[in-house]
Design a protein around this ligand. Structure first.
Ligand SMILES: Nc1ncnc2c1ncn2[C@@H]1O[C@H](COP(=O)(O)OP(=O)(O)OP(=O)(O)O)[C@@H](O)[C@H]1O
Ligand SMILES: [Mg+2]
Length: 276
């Protein structure tokens, strides 16, 4: 049986039911799913002001699978956090899944994330004391779905990621690739429109990373997702429908990159398929 703070909350869990945050007019299915305009993000620290984004623009259409690459510290994770209503912009507008994310209260933001966003990080962040099945069911319980139904839906998702025979394993009893597949199932169990993945294969060996990416591609297509993937792996970025580089606080199409130079130190140039 699952014992979660949410399940234990009893009647108060009703307050977790999400308010209707959609735009009053149903958006066209072909309208951009993400529209970021003139985004600024400024951090003020004891050592001064960091202007991370300086007029960043991004438009993502439904069904796109967009890779974002960039140096460490460029702001890739911060951008995903802002898109997913985990962090607030300093200025500019961010529409994500028909929602002006900067205008959400903390409670509305939590409901928005639960309903619209599937989030996968480099580290799986599964709860170690719960089984794979219970971990996948968590977002459903947070929406107030009954445990019985939640566990049934979670079991379907574990089957979809090829782990139905591991449902009673705790995260510590799973391989890195399996943990990330469980994290994917948990991210998608609420049928979000948008998958935000922050270096989802960054902690895996090359073969396992390729398999997890195969799974992401398959789920992206079969569930009609719109996906944004942050990666340092240019080969994986090249498999996305579009690849962007975050540099100097702005996004630009990923230009020709001598991949072998970046990855192995060889000077043999290799043209990137997303040359602009
Ligand atoms: N809360 C914060 N306060 C001050 N500075 C911050 C804060 N959060 C992030 N930063 C800074 O913003 C910059 C961008 O961080 P971010 O984590 O988005 O980079 P990243 O591109 O994801 O890097 P990596 O590839 O290493 O994950 C970094 O220089 C970081 O130190
Ligand atoms: Mg990061």
């Amino acid at each position: 049986m699952i014992e979660t703070p949410l399940a234990a909350a009893g009647p108060t869990s009703r307050t977790l039911r999400e308010p209707d945050l959609r735009a009053p007019i149903t958006p066209s299915p072909t309208a951009p799913l993400i529209q970021v305009t003139d985004l600024q993000k400024t951090y003020r620290t004891a050592r001064g002001t960091l202007n991370l984004f300086q007029g960043l623009n991004l438009q993502v259409e439904p069904g796109e699978m967009v890779a974002i690459v960039g140096q460490s510290g460029a702001g890739k994770s911060t951008l995903l956090h802002i898109l997913g209503a985990l962090d607030a912009p300093s200025a500019g507008t961010v529409y994500c899944a028909s929602t002006n994310v900067a205008k959400l209260s903390p409670r509305e933001a939590a409901a928005f994330r639960n309903r619209e966003i599937g989030y996968v990080w480099q580290f799986h962040y599964l709860l170690p004391e719960f089984t794979a099945l219970e971990n996948v069911a968590m977002p459903l319980l947070a929406r107030g779905i009954s445990k019985r139904e939640g566990l049934e839906l979670a079991a379907n998702w574990l089957r979809e990621v090829g782990l139905d025979d591991r449902s009673d394993h705790r995260p510590g009893e799973l391989s890195g690739g399996e943990q990330q597949r469980v994290a994917l199932a948990r991210a998608l169990v609420n049928n979000p429109r948008l998958l935000l993945a922050d270096e989802p294969t960054g902690d895996l060996d090359e073969t396992t990373a390729g398999r997890v990416f195969d799974l992401i591609e398959r789920l992206h297509a079969s569930h009609g997702l719109t996906s944004i993937l942050v990666t340092h792996n240019l080969d994986l970025a090249a498999r996305c429908t579009r690849a962007l580089r975050l540099e100097g606080g702005r996004l630009a199409p990923l230009a020709a990159v001598p991949q072998t130079t970046l990855q192995t130190g060889s000077i043999e140039p290799k043209k990137h398929p997303f040359e602009c």
